[in-house]
Structure formats: structure tokens, C-alpha cells
Design a protein around this ligand. Structure first.
Ligand code: C2E
Ligand code: CA
Ligand code: CA
Length: 695
């Protein structure tokens, strides 16, 4: 018996049903329904039916209507239908076949024929079912294999109020670390998505409801902790029965994400390197310009650009080596960065050039601190050597000026004080700009001025304190500029000292003086020694003495006809070379004066090392010698000390009778100053000597 197959007999006539049941019962399961409605009930209840024998003529819903109803319902696609007609009712037969009936049987029933027909249909149906099943299985296998080869996971689900997963591939287990059973036990699929990314995931599902394929990137939670970056594609499909189904593909993006992160890190590192100075970690020039521009533009504070520079950094490098030099740069950077904190930004532009952009309040509130730092008084420097700095400030008033120009201006303010020990910081202002322009003019014109003899020498007499007679003179240079008139040396000497031109000018003055002495002697006039100023830069020149000696020779003079003035501050720059040069010059018979004595910070040190012949006491002591006991006592002691050291004393800047008389009493040897004479032209000076000789 083929009891797995069920035949449903639908007929209102009991006699027909029992005949037909009798025919099939031995081989099939047989169900009976005496109306179309009852038959539908059986079918809708889910009872498995393989074939229906249907009577066309029934009260209520007739066979045709029942047939139409069954054929329209996809669930009953696999049920074969055999229509039961009266013999000769061809019209109904055709209609039934059109409506999808598979065959028909006729009354009166011939059991043999009926059995055969039904068996044929059932065999055909079973055969078809087998074929379908095997091709389905085949397709399923193909899909399974395909899914296995697809990287990642596939999830199929329906989404009404909840999400019902109808299928997920093994990939979901590999991605999440959960077993199939564990995933089945999960309350919902959201549990697998990282809490921070659930919103994205939900939004994606919402979009999927409306817009076909939707993509998102979320972190999935791994069973053993940690997260897995995944790319998710979801596509809505509508089944043939009208249901919405969602296909989701989940790809593990861990490797991709790692590569992305590596690339991102490299990019960040590259950018950091481009934006920072590798030695100190401060900003580089370009990034400082950018950052300072933004800071200033934001405009909630007033800003100052600072341009910082270490004094004679080259010397530090030479004395202590590059590594120590680098260490000093790092310490300076650290001090600046830590002091500024959140009050601004800082950069190293190159070498020992540091630049800051800070609020004005910061500079104002930290005056003392910065002052100590500039003087090397703070413990940031581990070298046993004083490291000092200068800083130039530019106060930002016009925010539209380019930051690089602001930095240039701060640098200009710095350059103005670079060699000044006493002044450690300087503010840029309009005058400074004009000074710089004027400096530039001086530089532009200097070579022409020298070759066209625009420089000339004035002589300021030096008199003996007791006899009041002129015993010597100081040669002081002037510039007679064709457009600007007489320019004072105070304006151009510092410029020439910066650019080195001073050595040429000093030799020029020296030659002019030699010519003057030579001509006076030829004329038979009395000649007194004239002292010539030698700027500090000359002491880097080992042949200095040779050049002066050759001038003496050229004008037939001896080393007694000129004296040499060296400013005290030259000692601070380059003590070794200075001591050697003084020694050499003295060996050739020159008298050396120490100019501006007492103005620098190492006067006494210098006196110990440099046995000069004449101490020329700086005029700043003389200014208040009449009113300040302290000042007069200092001058008195200097004069006495010089005597003990067998040095002559000369006081400059004496302007009044009282000053002169005080100095006479102190035992000063010689005096120079407006009280006796201002610097005068060579003719005037010659006349003075002649007059004195006559008296
Ligand atoms: P210095 O060598 O200290 O020269 C003395 C300066 O004091 C001169 O100014 C002089 O005119 C001025 N002076 C003299 N007596 C008095 C006085 O009683 N009261 C006042 N208030 N001033 C007085 P000057 O000629 O303007 O020179 C300024 C500086 O220029 C000099 O200072 C010197 O450092 C430099 N200088 C001048 N000529 C030369 C030169 O040929 N070579 C070098 N290297 N420097 C020079
Ligand atoms: Ca002088
Ligand atoms: Ca002087």
C-alpha cells in the first residue's frame, strides 16, 4: 500500500464516495469531504493531500469554483486534481482541464480504468516531485558551496516588529566566535553589534526597508571580547508569496581596517614630521605661520610675536661640540614650551632661532621669569657655561599683516640688540623700521663713500691735567654724505661693525691720520700722537699689526706717532685674540688705550689679563661726579688702581670746570672733553697746536 500518499474524495453523493474509497483504500490514504467547503477546511488545516478526486456538480460551492480556488493558492501547487464527470459531458471536461485539472474520470466508474488513471497521475506526480527534489537538493548544495567560498557571512531574515533570522552561514560563527547553537539562542541579531554602532545598524535596516541595497560599517562583538570591523550589505527582496525578506552579507574588514589604520598612522607621522622640528619637537616654520595665523585671526586676545636667539651659539657648538649644542637647543625649546603652556605656540625656525606667538598678558605677567631666562639665570642649562638669549618682540596690531612679516619684524627688533649685553629684549616699532631703512641706506652707500672720500677725520684734543696743554688727540671719523649732510659715527659705526666694513674704515682713518702727521712734520709743525679707534672686529685679523706698520712706513712715521684705542667690550667677545693682539702691538712700540673703561661687565677681569698702557675712563662716571660721592669715589679708586698698575689715566667727557677740578685733585693724568674742546677739523687742530707753541 502506498499509504504515504493521500487521496481526498470530494463528492456530495455518499454512494460515489464509498465506491471511490473502495477502489483506492487498499493502496492509499483516503479522506472524504461531502462538500467543497469541507474539502477546503481539510486543506487549510494543513493536512497533507496529494490528489483530489473532485465532483463538479455539488450544492453550495460547485466543483469548478473549488478548482479555481485551489489553483489560485500557491500552497496547493503540488496537489494533483482529477475531475469526476458524467460520461459525455465534454463541455465540463474541457472547462475543468482549462482550469488546471490534471485528468478526469467518468461515471459510471470502472474501477480498473479509474485505478489506472489515478496510478498514472500519481506516478507522474511522484516522478516529477523526485526530479524536483533532486534538482532542489542540487541547487541547495551549489548554494551551500557557493556560500562557503564567499568571504564573510550571509544572513537571511524577515523583519516585522522583530527580526527573525531564517538562515545564517557558518561565516557568522567565524566572525563572531559564537557557535551555531549560541547564535540561535541569541535574543536578537543586535546583540552581535557593538553598542556604539547599533544606531548605525538600525538606521541601515530602516533604510533597507525602503531603498534596496544598503551599506554600512560597524563593529561586531566577538565572543571572546574585542570587536571585529565589518562591512554590511543588506538587500530587501520580496518573495513570490509577497513576503519581505532581507539578505545580508557581512564581510570581515579587520585586515582592511588594520591596513587603513597603518596608513593613517604613517600619514599622521609624516604630517607630524612636516609640521614639527625633529630635534626639539616644536612647530616648524610653515606650520607656525599657519597656526599663528589662525590664533591671531580668532582674535579673542592680543598677541605678541617673539623672536628668540641664543647669544653666540656658534661658540657653544665649537667649545662643547654639536651634541651639547643640540642639548642646549632642546633645553631652550623645553623651557619656552613649558613656560608658554596654553598661552600660545612656539616654533624653531632654524639653528638657534626660536619663535613664539603668545598673548600680551603672558609676556606682561612673566617679565621677571623671562628676564632671568634671557640672562641664563634659571636652571635650564646643564652646561658649566653661561648661555644667554635675546628676544625681539612684535606686538600684533594689524591682523591683516602676514605672519611671516610679523616674524621678520620681531627679528628686526632682535637684530637691533643682538650684541648688546645690557639690553636683552626689544620691541619693534615704527622708529625701528625707519632705523632699519636708514641702516640699509648706509649699507648701500658705504663703498662709494669710501672711494669718493666722503669720510673725514676730526681731532679732539687730549690735554695734560696740570699744564692744560694738548698732549695728544683722538681721531674721530665723520661722514659727509652728499644728500644727508654730516652723519655722526654713532649712526654708521654700529652698522659697519655688523657687516664688517668697519675694518676698512678704521684702516682708512688710520691712513688719514698718518698722512696728517706726515704733512705736519714736513711743514715743520709740532706733532702730537693721535689715537685711532680700532673696532673689535679687527682683532680677528692676525695681520693687523702688519697693516698698521706698513702705513707708518709709507708715511715715514714711528709707532710713537699714533696710539690705538680698543673698546673694553671687545674683551667680552674674544678675549684670547684681543690679549694676543695687544701684546703684539705693544711689542712694536704702540701705546694701547682701553677705551670706555668701566662700561662693560668684565672691566676688572679684563684689567687683570690685558696690561694696556692707558686707561680711558668712560664718560658715564663723569656725568654725576660732581653730585654723587659714590661716582667720584669710583673714579678716584680707578685712577689710583691704574697708578699702582703703572697705567696712565685719561678721563673723557669732561664738560665742566667742577669736573675738571675734581679730576685734577684725584691725580688724573690727562683729560678729553668739551670743557677743553669739541672734536675739530684738522686745520683747527693744527692751529691750536701752533698757538700753544707760540704761548
Ligand atoms: P668714543 O671712542 O668713546 O669717542 C668719544 C665720543 O665722545 C666722541 O663721539 C666724542 O665726540 C664724544 N665726546 C668727547 N667729549 C665729550 C664731552 O665732553 N661730552 C660729550 N657728551 N661727548 C663727548 P663721536 O665722535 O660721535 O664718536 C662716537 C663713537 O664712534 C666713538 O666713541 C667711537 O666708538 C666711534 N668712532 C668714532 N670714530 C671712529 C673710528 O674712526 N673708528 C671706530 N672704530 N670707531 C669710531
Ligand atoms: Ca675712542
Ligand atoms: Ca670712549
Amino acid at each position: 500500500m502506498n499509504s504515504e500518499l493521500t487521496i481526498l474524495i470530494v463528492d456530495d453523493m455518499e454512494i460515489n464516495r464509498s465506491i471511490l474509497s473502495g477502489i483506492f483504500r487498499s493502496e492509499y490514504n483516503v479522506l472524504e469531504a461531502d462538500s467543497a467547503n469541507k474539502a477546503l477546511k481539510i486543506l487549510y488545516s494543513g493536512t497533507k493531500v496529494d490528489l483530489i478526486v473532485l465532483d463538479l456538480i455539488m450544492p453550495g460551492m460547485n466543483g469548478m469554483e473549488f478548482l479555481r480556488c485551489i489553483k489560485e493558492d500557491k500552497r496547493f501547487d503540488n496537489i494533483a486534481i482529477v475531475v469526476n464527470t458524467q460520461s459525455g459531458d465534454q463541455e465540463n471536461e474541457i472547462k475543468a482541464l482549462e482550469l488546471g485539472a490534471d485528468d478526469f474520470i467518468m461515471k459510471p466508474y470502472n474501477p480498473k480504468i479509474i485505478k489506472r488513471r489515478i496510478t498514472n497521475i500519481i506516478e507522474k506526480y511522484i516522478y516529477q516531485k523526485n526530479v524536483m527534489e533532486s534538482s532542489l537538493k542540487d541547487a541547495q548544495e551549489r548554494i551551500d558551496n557557493l556560500i562557503d567560498t564567499v568571504p564573510g557571512a550571509i544572513v537571511i531574515f524577515e523583519m516585522e516588529e522583530d527580526i527573525n533570522i531564517s538562515y545564517f552561514s557558518g561565516g557568522l560563527c567565524s566572525i563572531t566566535g559564537y557557535t551555531e547553537e549560541e547564535i540561535n539562542m541569541l535574543e536578537d541579531i543586535f546583540t552581535l553589534v557593538h553598542t556604539s554602532d547599533r544606531e548605525i545598524f538600525v538606521r541601515m535596516l530602516e533604510n533597507a526597508k525602503n531603498n534596496g541595497v544598503i551599506h554600512c560599517r560597524v563593529r561586531m562583538c566577538h565572543k571572546h571580547g574585542g570587536t571585529v570591523w565589518c562591512g554590511i550589505n543588506t538587500k530587501k527582496t520580496v518573495t513570490s508569496s509577497g513576503k519581505c525578506r532581507y539578505n545580508m552579507v557581512i564581510l570581515d574588514l579587520t585586515e582592511e581596517k588594520k591596513a587603513e589604520q597603518r596608513a593613517e598612522r604613517s600619514m599622521l607621522e609624516l604630517r607630524y614630521r612636516a609640521e614639527h622640528d625633529t630635534l626639539t619637537g616644536l612647530l616648524s616654520r610653515e606650520s607656525f605661520y599657519n597656526a599663528a595665523g589662525k590664533l591671531i585671526e580668532k582674535g579673542d586676545s592680543e598677541y605678541i610675536i617673539g623672536y628668540w636667539n641664543i647669544d653666540r651659539f656658534k661658540v657653544i657648538n665649537e667649545l662643547f661640540g654639536r651634541d651639547n649644542g643640540d642639548m642646549i637647543l632642546c633645553s631652550v625649546a623645553k623651557w619656552i614650551r613649558e613656560s608658554i603652556g596654553r598661552n600660545g605656540i612656539c616654533a624653531r625656525f632654524e639653528a638657534d632661532h626660536f619663535v613664539t606667538c603668545t598673548t600680551r598678558e603672558f609676556i606682561a605677567d612673566n617679565m621677571d621669569n623671562i628676564g632671568k631666562f634671557l640672562l641664563g639665570e634659571q636652571k635650564w642649562n646643564s652646561l658649566n657655561y653661561p648661555v644667554l638669549l635675546h628676544v625681539g618682540y612684535y606686538e600684533v596690531e594689524d591682523k591683516n599683516i602676514m605672519v611671516n612679516l610679523m616674524c621678520d619684524r620681531a627679528n628686526m627688533a632682535l637684530q637691533m640688540i643682538k650684541n648688546n649685553y645690557m639690553v636683552r629684549y626689544n620691541y619693534y616699532n615704527g622708529t625701528l623700521k625707519n632705523n632699519i631703512m636708514a641702516e640699509q641706506e648706509i649699507v648701500n652707500d658705504m663703498n662709494d663713500a669710501l672711494s669718493s672720500k666722503q669720510f673725514f677725520v676730526c681731532y679732539q684734543p687730549v690735554v695734560d691735567t696740570i699744564t692744560k696743554r694738548t698732549v695728544s688727540a683722538e681721531a674721530l671719523v665723520r661722514w659727509k654724505h652728499p644728500e644727508r649732510g654730516i652723519i655722526s659715527p654713532g649712526l654708521f659705526i654700529p652698522v659697519f661693525e655688523k657687516n664688517g666694513f668697519i675694518t676698512k674704515l678704521d684702516m682708512y682713518v688710520c691712513e688719514e691720520v698718518c698722512r696728517h702727521q706726515h704733512e705736519e712734520r714736513l711743514k715743520g709743525h709740532k706733532v702730537v700722537p693721535v689715537s685711532v679707534n680700532l673696532s673689535r672686529i679687527n682683532f680677528y685679523n692676525n695681520d693687523l699689526h702688519k697693516e698698521i706698520l706698513s702705513l707708518l712706513k709709507k708715511y715715514d712715521l714711528t709707532s710713537e706717532d699714533i696710539k690705538l684705542e680698543i673698546t673694553e667690550s671687545a674683551y667680552q667677545d674674544n678675549p684670547e685674540d684681543l690679549i694676543m693682539a695687544i701684546d703684539t702691538l705693544q711689542k712694536y712700540g704702540f701705546k694701547v688705550l682701553m677705551d670706555d673703561f668701566g662700561s662693560g661687565y668684565s672691566s676688572l677681569n679684563m684689567l687683570k689679563d690685558c696690561p694696556v698702557d692707558i686707561l680711558k675712563i668712560d664718560m658715564k662716571f663723569i656725568n654725576d661726579i660732581e653730585y654723587s660721592e659714590r661716582a667720584s669715589s669710583i673714579v678716584y679708586n680707578i685712577i689710583n688702581m691704574a697708578k699702582t698698575l703703572k697705567m696712565e689715566t685719561l678721563v673723557e667727557g669732561v664738560e665742566t670746570k667742577q669736573q675738571y677740578e675734581l679730576l685734577v685733585n684725584m691725580g688724573c693724568d690727562n683729560i678729553q672733553g668739551y670743557y677743553f674742546s669739541k672734536p675739530v677739523s684738522d686745520e683747527e687742530f693744527v692751529n691750536r697746536i701752533i698757538m700753544e707753541s707760540v704761548v
